[in-house]
Ligand binder design. Structure first.
Ligand code: GDP
Ligand code: GDP
Length: 437
């Protein structure tokens, strides 16, 4: 199921990034334990009651020129209008309605997307009356919040989730592998799609019944059906914000949400840069299968060690994604391209793999026998049993005497043992610890 996308817009200094960080707060803490996930977050996964959503702070998009701030804010609003399901329009209670706010309101109003006005810096009761003037912006919901105190955020999210689209139906059957190609501009995503589609025995299907996005590309090879998600994101349409990193991250987020297997495309000639990590990190957090595709291998000067060294670099940069296989290809010469789909098939299979409870528990008991859980303040973690509760990604619940005693390093140890026993190559795994004595 694709998560709805929420975008925060507003002029600089109203508190967008403060609120963004508060909303993704808990999740952040979990992820930050893992080295290699950057702190400079562009997107996050938030939750409210039973709803999960993707959230992006569009602030920080900078468009040069006269009137730079207004141009930038306008570009952020346009990006949100195009990509988000719900827009949080943030304003500042201390400043009141400014001309820039009115201009953003004007843009958002024409877009006919649900907009919730978040009036930030309502730090005390006296200020709570200040929110009324923001009704003049012309949107129904106006919620007072304070990023400094963390108040009102629950009310804000409650209003936001009301506007989420009804659960979207599965767009494609269970037998179809949904593939998204993500990566910076110019790494060769479009070329790869064309090269795959041009391969022998690839049957490109007519686009039928794709109500939501007629730009997905369904095809079949060797009896396996695939659909390449969201190739429109790769078209260059020339809007001013399309050159910004936020835009490419947001497109990528949406494609990732709809995919089973994410191909993280890296330019073999340029190497790995920070931006590659942001997007790959999202695929990881979203629980999707992933394959690193190093493209343009034809123009890389190489000897017999180059490939090994490049793989090592990928492992160093993406410490949290050691499960993802690495494939070297050239979209231009089609070198090794035939190896790609088999790797995709296998990652998709592992992503949907379910292991039997008794076999899983044999593996866990052996692991515990080899390296017993460490003690913490005189108490020792006791594992009662484990069970797999979901696939895509494979998700495990471990029942223990006291969940507080399960440390990240021990969980990682168990994960390694489980991977050693069952494989799960290409897919992240999720673990939850529950109390049961
Ligand atoms: P952005 O530019 O919209 O992302 O705004 P920031 O999140 O960077 O915040 C701008 C400034 O407002 C910072 O100095 C924050 O500490 C401050 N700020 C954020 N939320 C609040 C709030 O609720 N009350 C007050 N008084 N200040 C806040
Ligand atoms: P996208 O922006 O990621 O979709 O990248 P494109 O598919 O538009 O490719 C960007 C540029 O890289 C184009 O000039 C392509 O011809 C070139 N390119 C793509 N794949 C390869 C490759 O495997 N080898 C070489 N030498 N050039 C490539």
């Amino acid at each position: 199921m694709a998560r709805p996308v929420v975008a925060i817009v507003g002029r600089p200094n109203v508190g967008k990034s403060t609120i963004f960080n508060r909303i993704i707060g808990d999740k952040l803490a979990i992820v930050e334990d893992k080295p290699g996930v950057t702190r400079d977050r562009l997107y996050g996964i938030g939750e409210w009651l039973t709803s999960e959503f993707s959230i992006i702070d569009t602030g920080g998009i900078e468009i040069e020129g006269d009137d730079q701030i207004m141009r930038s804010v306008r570009a952020q609003a346009e990006l949100a209008i195009e990509e988000a399901d719900v827009i949080v329009f943030m304003v500042d209670a201390k400043a009141g309605v400014t001309p820039a706010d009115s201009e953003v309101a004007e843009l958002l109003y024409r877009a006919k997307k649900p907009v919730v006005v978040a009036v930030n810096k309502v730090d005390n009761l006296q200020r709570s009356d200040d929110i009324y003037e923001f009704y003049s912006l012309g949107f129904g919901a106006v919620i007072g919040i304070s990023g400094s105190h963390g108040t009102g955020i629950g009310d804000l999210l409650e209003e936001v989730v009301k506007h989420f689209p009804e659960t979207t139906e599965e767009e494609y059957g269970e037998d179809v592998i949904r593939v998204a190609l993500i990566g910076r501009p110019n790494v060769g995503k479009s070329s790869l799609v064309n090269a795959i589609l041009g391969e022998e025995r690839v049957i490109v299907s007519d686009v039928e019944g794709t109500t939501r996005d007629a730009i997905d590309t369904p095809f079949e090879k060797d009896g396996q059906k695939y659909v390449i998600i969201d190739t429109a994101g790769m078209r260059k349409r020339g809007k001013v914000y399309e050159t910004t990193e936020k835009y490419s991250v947001m497109r990528a987020m949406k494609a990732i949400e709809r995919a089973d297997v994410v191909l993280v495309v890296i330019d073999g000639e340029v190497g790995i840069i920070e931006q590659d990590k942001h997007i790959a990190g999202y695929a990881h957090e979203a629980g999707k299968a992933a394959v690193f595709v190093v493209n343009k291998w034809d123009i890389v000067e190489k000897d017999d060690k180059t490939m090994h060294q490049f793989t090592q670099k990928i492992r160093d940069h993406f410490l949290f994604m050691t499960y993802a296989p690495v494939v070297y290809v050239s979209a231009k010469t089609k070198q090794k391209l035939h190896k790609l789909l088999p790797v995709v098939n296998s990652a998709a299979e592992q992503h949907a793999l379910r292991v039997q409870t008794h076999v899983l528990n044999d593996v866990v008991s052996d692991a515990v026998a080899i390296t017993p859980p460490p003690t913490d303040k005189g108490k020792r973690l006791k594992i009662n049993y484990a069970t797999q509760v979901a696939v895509k990604p494979p998700t495990f619940v471990i029942f223990v005497n006291d969940p507080e005693l399960m440390h990240f390093s021990y969980q990682r140890y168990l994960e390694n043992k489980i991977r050693a026993a069952f494989g799960f190559e290409g897919t992240p795994l999720r673990f939850f610890t529950r109390k049961k004595s």
